[in-house]
Design a protein around this ligand. Structure first.
Ligand code: SF4
Ligand code: SF4
Length: 141
């Protein structure tokens, strides 16, 4: 069966509530090395300090943003805004159009309980959704 986004229009408008930047155990913000370098440069930090303060390496060798207090992303400021918004990683830029979230109505509606921007605002063009999904798949391969 076709994925949900091929079956019906999907609406999304981010309210910048910050909920998707706070997570529990087992949730990570994955970064590739180019994304990490772009963030480091944006924050104007030394490589050593940035790595020590902001990055973690999982057992499988994947690079992730370090966890902040209470599951908050380390890059989320006290006002609930992303401190690195212009250079946020693909994982953040592509949300909520992740392949696993736009696969089925059940998955999309379940995620809508977490993200108030889902089903809000204008319909997102299908070409844009396809492009985002392809970028996600390419990054994960
Ligand atoms: S949870 Fe949804 S609406 Fe809130 S900041 Fe994240 S993407 Fe935007
Ligand atoms: S990098 Fe920015 S957008 Fe991504 S989870 Fe962290 S605070 Fe949110």
């Amino acid at each position: 069966m076709n994925p949900l986004f091929e079956q019906q229009p999907l609406r999304f408008e981010c309210t910048r509530c910050g909920r998707c930047c706070v997570a529990g155990d087992g949730y990570y913000v994955y970064l590739n090395t180019a994304e990490a370098e772009a963030i480091r440069s944006y924050l104007r930090l030394s490589r050593r300090w940035f790595r020590r303060r902001y990055l973690e390496c999982l057992e499988e060798g994947e690079l992730v943003a370090a966890s902040g207090p209470n599951g908050r992303c380390i890059f989320l400021d006290s006002e609930g805004q992303c401190r690195i918004y212009p250079v946020r990683p693909l994982q953040c830029r592509s949300y909520p159009f992740w392949p696993e979230l736009v696969r089925s109505k059940t998955a999309w509606q379940r995620e809508a309980r977490r993200c108030e921007g889902i089903n809000r605002g204008k319909v997102v063009a299908i070409d844009r959704i396809r492009k985002i999904i392809n970028a996600c798949r390419a990054e994960r391969d």
